[in-house]
Design a binder for this molecule. Structure first.
Ligand SMILES: Cc1cc2nc3c(=O)[nH]c(=O)nc-3n(C[C@H](O)[C@H](O)[C@H](O)COP(=O)(O)OP(=O)(O)OC[C@H]3O[C@@H](n4cnc5c(N)ncnc54)[C@H](O)[C@@H]3O)c2cc1C
Length: 377
């Protein structure tokens, strides 16, 4: 016997869960299918940073701010831990300080909450920042950190208990021919389906994915052992290399000089598109990364050279008591070369929502709210 719902969702990564939340809040009956026994894609492999400051001004920054508001609603209602401690982009060189200062002058008028702090003010707020050579930092109070593994493991139970969302783990969707859905050995009937299958371009609608222009991005990541009890990172940390990474900073006329210096003096960091981010998990470990290798065919083997470069760079600004590396892994996300994410309609009643790139944690709940609005209109 088939079971019936209003909306079936493919994938229990953060995009799938955010869509389940948005649909359930509208009173719809929802089922989520996840092929793995627990989510193990990009959503559990990331820093857990909700990072609006990285989004370009205008539409995507608004989506990020809306998403952050929904994240807070969910985290509080689900009683999940998070760190509302903002972010620092640290400057140790004059060209880095120039970008940070310029952004702090231009961005508030565009809706960003941020300011330039000198070295003394930064060190007053964080003992995790290395003081030697520090010029100052771009400070933003907006960024949140969640623990991605804990959050992704906990949200299904919350959605089930609070809204009656059904979950089928270990259940790969093989056929979507609405209203029929075949998943594992189960047959379901659904009025609509949202496919949030991350970087799986081959299993469902392969022709649509094949023509979409999507590619994959591989990132190398590291995690320290837990820090001593009570030691806190405070604001999540980024530094000069990050200015060349997020599109928001492209409004700065001073960015070109910084990029040029990095290209000349640190070509290996450009080669692997490395920048340094540091966040803290609920257990106190520090998550460190990352690098970017682009291409549909992913090299599953990590490069020691990349880990060494990431660590060397982060040691230049991070002042943490425990720097022993306890875990290393790779993560993969889907990315479109021009669009911030894709929302496609491969068949009536079916939406593919994918490829928020390196900002899926930041944007997920905002994108999901937009999808449900579009489906209702
Ligand atoms: C190392 C790394 C660090 C990052 N850091 C950040 C960060 O700090 N902040 C930020 O905003 N973003 C970050 N990102 C980006 C973010 O993690 C991704 O954009 C986001 O997790 C993508 O979510 P998703 O749900 O689309 O994909 P996934 O998390 O990959 O989920 C897709 C799910 O679909 C399932 N699935 C696929 N096919 C089927 C099928 N046929 N049937 C059933 N299930 C299926 C998969 O098993 C998988 O669980 C990072 C990404 C990486 C890799």
């Amino acid at each position: 016997m088939e079971q019936r719902v209003d909306i079936a969702i493919v994938g229990a990564g953060i995009l799938g869960l955010a869509h389940a939340y948005a649909a359930a809040k509208r009173g719809l009956r929802v089922v989520v299918f996840e092929r793995s026994l627990r989510a193990s894609g990009a959503s559990v492999r990331n820093f857990g940073l909700i990072w609006p400051i990285g989004q370009p001004h205008g539409t995507m920054h608004h989506v990020a701010i809306r998403s952050r508001a929904i994240w807070l609603e969910v985290l509080r209602d689900a009683r999940l831990p998070y760190r509302p401690e903002g972010s620092f982009h640290l400057a140790y060189r004059e060209d880095e300080a120039a970008v940070a200062r310029e952004f702090s002058e231009l961005a508030p008028a565009l809706g960003y909450e941020c300011e330039w702090l000198d070295a003394a003010a930064v060190l007053e707020r964080s003992s995790a920042v290395r003081p030697e050579g520090l010029v100052g930092a771009l400070w933003s109070p907006v960024e949140l950190t969640v623990d991605p593994r804990l959050t992704l493991a906990s949200l299904p139970a919350y959605l089930r208990e609070r809204f009656g969302v059904e979950f089928r783990f270990g259940c790969a969707v093989q056929i979507i021919d609405l209203p029929l859905i075949e998943a594992g050995r189960e047959r379901w009937m659904a009025d609509q389906t949202i496919v949030c299958s991350g970087d799986d371009f081959e299993s469902l609608f392969p022709d649509v994915y094949g023509q979409s222009g999507l590619t994959r991005v591989k990132l190398q990541m590291l995690r320290t052992a837990p820090q001593p009890d009570g030691w806190r990172l405070g604001p999540a940390l980024a530094a000069g290399l990050t200015f060349r990474f997020y599109p928001s900073f492209q409004i700065c006329s001073t960015l070109g000089t910084l990029k040029q210096r990095i290209a000349q003096q640190m070509p290996e960091y450009d080669r692997w598109d490395i920048h340094g981010l540091v966040s803290q998990t609920a257990q106190g470990e520090l998550t460190l990364g990352d690098s970017h290798e682009y291409g549909v065919c992913i090299d599953i083997f990590n490069k020691e050279e990349i880990d060494s470069l990431i660590l060397r760079y982060i040691r230049g600004f991070l002042n943490a008591p425990e720097m022993r590396i306890a875990q290393r892994w790779l993560g993969v996300y889907a990315k479109h070369p021009e669009k911030p994410y894709l929302s496609l309609e491969p068949a009536p009643g079916v939406r593919i929502v994918t490829s928020p790139g390196g900002a899926g944690m930041t944007l997920s709940f905002g994108i999901a709210a937009q999808t449900l609005e579009a489906m209702a209109s």
